[in-house]
Structures are given as structure tokens and as C-alpha cells.
Design a protein around this ligand. Structure first.
Ligand code: A3P
Length: 312
């Protein structure tokens, strides 16, 4: 729903202020071979995360940065909140004290013990690779919605975001960013590696994959399928409310309330094919080749419809 998210905004604002005083090369740290922003993640929190007790009724959203995780996160949170409201469980979702930062890997070391006490259903977002999630997620058969987006638009969105968001290293040129994107210098790691690793779980019955592009094409159908996957039973009218509240326009309009200062950076274009404004011929060729090598022919590779969305 569009209620203010005080804790979310506090965490982001503090991280942005801290990052403003840091040098570019201090902004990221490496953990198990993957880079993360120091202002929102830490090795101690990653270790504490192991204590999370996942549940079979958790609603987990996995997506690489810039694949639309705030969008689909809004859909999931709204589906759960609408259902809880209908079941008269409002106190469990409206208690601000119970609010946690929605991205699993962002928080303090006490977060996971607090989360273990939260009532069901918990909605959890993450940019992590499957092997870096707490083991209980797969052991306890939590359901995961895996969101993927065509790699050229992910890179384009990530470039603009890196230059707008102080917690991430900025880039003087798109060409510099492209090299970094293709050589695993991104926070949360390489997107192609992300796709390959998650592809190992794409056939799992507790994992449903959805693409940004299919949701753009038919949001009503996407919302319906997502609700069915998580066993969230709502009327057509209730589902329609979720669809309307998740339009780009509506989320952008509410963004000051939901995302604070981050909102104006995050809700940028919200479309498909903006990559055409940045990629040159050589970059197109390099990414097409990387796609062929790493992911074409796999289940996720086919789901991305690369020929439709990424060919120049
Ligand atoms: P663009 O930068 O291409 O506009 P994430 O939430 O994972 O960081 O992804 C951000 C991307 O999702 C941004 O893409 C943003 O505009 C887009 N987005 C956010 N809300 C959206 C919505 N309701 N509909 C479509 N795209 C949305």
C-alpha cells in the first residue's frame, strides 16, 4: 500500500549522507568474491543473516538490481496487505515498529532475530545469489518470485542509478560504466553470473520466474499469476486495485512518501528499450556475445526473449 515507510527512508537517507563524505573507491567492499555497498551492507550482517528461519509461507522476491524490484516488491507487499486486511489481520501489517528494511541483506545484525518473531506472511526482497541466501530458504521451501529483465535495459538503468545514488560509485562516461558492467565490477556482482546461478533453480517448483517485459506488457495478468503462485486469494476487484496502484505513474507520484529522496532517482523511465539511447555497435556486439556465451539456450535465457528486446 502507499503508507509512508519511515524506516525505509531513514536507512536510505543515512546511507546517502554517509556516502557523500566518502571517496569513490571506499564505497564498495568485497564479500565472498562479490562487491556490495559499505553504507548498506556489512560482513557482520551477512553472517547474522544465516540465523533467519525462512518459512514456507514467506513471500520472497529475488531480482538483480535495476530489474524492477521496487515495482514487483510493491505488487507483492500490496497483495499480502490486501489479503491480510481482508482477513482482519491489519495489526500485523500496519504496526510501524515491526517494519524492517525490505531487502534481506540490508540492516543490522539484530534484524534476523527480529524477523524470526514477525507474524506471517513476511515479504522479503533480495538481490543476492541463491548460494548466498540463508540455507533455510531452500530447506524450508519458501516460495521465491524470480524477476529478470533484459540485460541491456538493466545496464542502462544501473548506469543512471549509479550516477544519481551516492552510495554507488559514479561513472564519468557510459563507456566506462559499460566496461565495469561487463567485467564484474558491479555491486551484487555480474548480471550474467546472476542469471546463470539462478537458472539452476528455475525449474524448482517453489520458484516462479517473471520478466519485467512481460509485466510491462500485461500487468493485470502478471499480478494474477503472482497471486496464484503464492496462494493469495483475492477478488477480481481487489486484484485490479493492486494493478492500478503499481502503475509507473502511480508509484512515481507516491514516491516521496514511499521512497523519500531516492524516489526521484529510482522512478526514472520505467520502460523497455531505453538501451537504444546508449549502446553503440561495439557494445551491442559485446553484450550479444556475452549473452550467447553465458545464458542463451538456458531456461532463463529463453524467457528473456533476447531477440525481441535486445537486438539492435
Ligand atoms: P529505469 O531506470 O529503466 O526507469 P529496481 O527497483 O530493481 O532498482 O529497478 C528500477 C527500475 O524499475 C527503473 O527502471 C524504474 O523506473 C523501474 N520501475 C519502477 N517502478 C516501475 C513501475 N511501476 N513500472 C515499470 N517500471 C518501474
Amino acid at each position: 500500500m502507499e503508507k509512508p515507510r519511515k524506516k525505509f527512508i531513514d536507512v536510505v537517507d543515512k546511507a546517502m549522507v554517509a556516502a557523500n563524505t566518502m571517496d569513490r573507491d571506499e564505497l564498495l567492499f568485497s564479500y565472498k568474491g562479490i562487491l556490495y555497498p559499505v553504507t548498506v551492507c556489512s560482513p557482520e550482517v551477512f553472517k547474522a543473516m544465516e540465523s533467519l528461519e525462512a518459512r514456507s509461507d514467506d513471500v520472497i522476491l529475488a531480482g538483480y538490481p535495476k530489474s524492477g524490484t521496487n515495482w514487483v516488491g510493491q505488487i507483492l507487499s500490496d497483495l499480502v496487505a490486501t489479503f491480510e486486511k481482508k482477513m482482519q489481520n491489519e495489526e500485523s501489517i500496519n504496526d510501524e515498529d515491526l517494519e524492517e528494511f525490505p531487502y534481506l541483506e540490508v540492516g543490522d545484525t539484530g534484524k534476523y532475530e527480529r524477523m524470526n518473531k514477525l507474524p506471517s506472511r513476511r515479504v522479503i526482497f533480495t538481490h543476492l545469489l541463491p548460494d548466498n541466501l540463508p540455507r533455510s530458504v531452500f530447506q524450508n521451501k519458501a516460495k521465491i518470485l524470480l524477476l529478470i529483465r533484459n540485460p541491456k535495459d538493466v545496464a542502462t538503468s544501473f548506469y543512471h542509478f549509479s550516477n544519481g545514488m551516492s552510495v554507488l560509485p559514479s561513472y564519468e562516461t557510459w563507456d566506462d560504466f559499460f566496461i565495469a558492467f561487463m567485467t564484474e565490477k558491479m555491486p551484487w556482482g555480474s548480471y550474467f553470473n546472476y542469471l546463470s546461478e539462478w537458472n539452476k533453480y528455475a525449474e524448482d517448483e517453489n520458484v516462479m520466474t517473471i520478466t519485467y517485459e512481460e509485466l510491462k506488457e500485461n500487468r493485470a495478468l502478471g499480478v494474477k499469476n503472482i497471486a496464484a503462485f503464492f496462494g493469495i486469494s483475492l477478488t477480481e476487484e481487489e486484484l485490479q486495485g493492486v494493478v492500478e496502484r503499481s502503475s509507473f505513474q502511480s508509484m512515481k507520484e507516491n514516491s516521496l512518501k514511499t521512497h523519500g529522496a531516492l524516489g526521484s532517482i529510482l522512478f526514472r523511465k520505467g520502460g523497455v528499450s531505453d538501451w537504444k539511447s546508449l549502446f553503440n555497435e561495439d557494445q551491442n556486439e559485446k553484450m550479444d556475445k556475452a549473452f550467447e556465451e553465458h545464458i542463451a539456450g538456458t531456461k532463463l535465457g529463453m524467457k528473456l526473449k533476447y531477440d525481441v528486446y535486445c537486438r539492435a
